[in-house]
Design a binder for this molecule. Structure first.
Ligand SMILES: Nc1ncnc2c1ncn2[C@@H]1O[C@H](COP(=O)(O)OP(=O)(O)OP(=O)(O)O)[C@@H](O)[C@H]1O
Length: 376
């Protein structure tokens, strides 16, 4: 999402003195035109239609701040979505994490560990470095005996870059990955990622920035608009999967990724997206007039980050649809209890995962995320 399309959503409270009641609203700030909107959380309706309100400025928006709108003093008590939290929560730092090529089969387990340890995943991208990228990324190690082996290794296959948000994130992630040497990790931190999933030498499963400065540089290297690192999608023998926002917010994305890999599917591209309404409706357009929940499905896809994937296998569309199960999780639980939707779905809208339905749409849907949206 371009910066100008971003909207930030906060939970605000106003003490209504006439009723002696605390009333709660969402305060939404639209970056494109600096307008605001308010939504009444109790009555579930718009309280203030989107309008100019120049005295509410971006710099005033943080938890603990008080902003005044039409004589009401509104206290910002929380961020209302993961996206806003990741952008504003300054006391919670960001770090950069990377899953190295040797840990490909453990991507789901590593993401689960990240989710269980209280990180918010603000961004995620599978990519593959070229040698020049690796030499730049590991520039501080140039001249060391392991430099060549390290740079060759890091280019040898897919890697996954992660923006990780948490209190004290740099240390917290380095603690979770464990000591550099896997043999040492197995003794000193047996539950760490390197102890569990690393082998030895350069093959130590994960990378973590060593300070806030390097985190910021490495996050930029991976995720800025100018990054050289492209998606790894190949657009053949493929189907499209989207892990829906409710799963990402519930911290269960790693479990679903693990099931996909354990069932023998290849994840050949993967990226986190924050979709706006127009994009989400365009993607789901084939369901307009077909599924009664078209609007709700489109809306849900914009409610938080989703993770899109290119999944490959022979007969990828059909075999992956079989793994996902019936569209309605209730039916899935009755008829196909081992499927992803049976295990993780809530209802027809929050049904855990989207998968391509029609054979001929597999490549088209993957192209939508990994080609068309990359150019927007
Ligand atoms: N002596 C070594 N022999 C082989 N590989 C090494 C050696 N020292 C470091 N490496 C590799 O180089 C990477 C970067 O080394 P560094 O000293 O920065 O370790 P780190 O900070 O624990 O790891 P990273 O930067 O990957 O998070 C290590 O993760 C490891 O893959």
């Amino acid at each position: 999402m371009a910066v100008n399309d971003e909207r930030y959503v906060f939970i605000v409270e106003w003490f209504d003195t006439s009723a002696s009641l605390i009333r709660s609203y969402n305060l939404i700030y639209f970056m494109s035109d600096k307008t605001i909107e308010m939504f009444d959380l109790k009555n579930k309706r718009i309280f203030l239609k989107r309008c100019d309100y120049p005295s509410v400025q971006l710099k005033d928006l943080y938890v603990g701040s008080i902003v005044t709108v039409y004589s009401r003093q509104l206290k910002i008590v929380d961020y209302a979505d993961v996206f806003t939290r990741s952008k504003f929560e300054v006391q919670r730092g960001k770090t950069f994490g990377m899953i190295k090529p040797d840990a490909y089969t453990h991507i789901g387990k590593i993401i689960t560990a990240i989710e269980k340890n209280g990180f918010v995943i603000g961004n995620l991208k599978m990519t593959r470095m070229q040698i020049a990228d690796a030499q730049q990324f590991y520039g501080e190690h140039r001249g060391k005996p392991f430099f060549e082996e390290l740079t060759q290794f890091i280019c040898s296959d897919f890697i996954v870059g992660l923006e990780l948000i948490a209190d004290n994130s740099v240390k917290k992630w380095r603690d979770l990955i464990g000591p550099t040497k896997c043999q040492v990790a197995r003794v000193e931190a047996p539950n760490s990622m390197r102890a569990l999933y690393g082998t030895e030498g350069v093959r130590n499963a994960c990378h973590g920035s060593d300070a806030a400065g390097s985190a910021s540089r490495e996050l930029d290297f991976f995720f800025s608009d100018k990054s050289n690192l492209k998606s790894t999608a190949v657009f053949n023998n493929c189907t499209c999967a989207i892990i829906k926002p409710h799963i990402v917010l519930e911290g269960k994305a790693g479990q679903i990724i693990d099931i996909i890999l354990s069932e023998g599917f290849e994840i050949s591209a993967m990226q986190m997206f924050y979709l706006d309404r127009a994009t989400s409706e365009e993607f789901f357009e084939v369901y307009k007039g077909v599924l009664p929940e078209f609007q709700a499905m489109s809306e849900h896809l914009t409610s938080g980050p989703c993770i899109a994937m290119e999944i490959r296998q022979e007969n990828a569309v059909k075999s992956f649809r079989d793994l996902c199960g019936p569209h309605d999780p209730e039916i899935a639980r009755t008829l196909r209890s081992s499927t992803i939707r049976a295990k993780f779905g809530i209802d027809r809208v929050k049904n855990a995962i989207h998968c391509t339905d029609l054979l001929e749409d597999g490549i088209l849907e993957v192209e939508y995320f990994f080609n068309i949206l990359q150019q927007k």
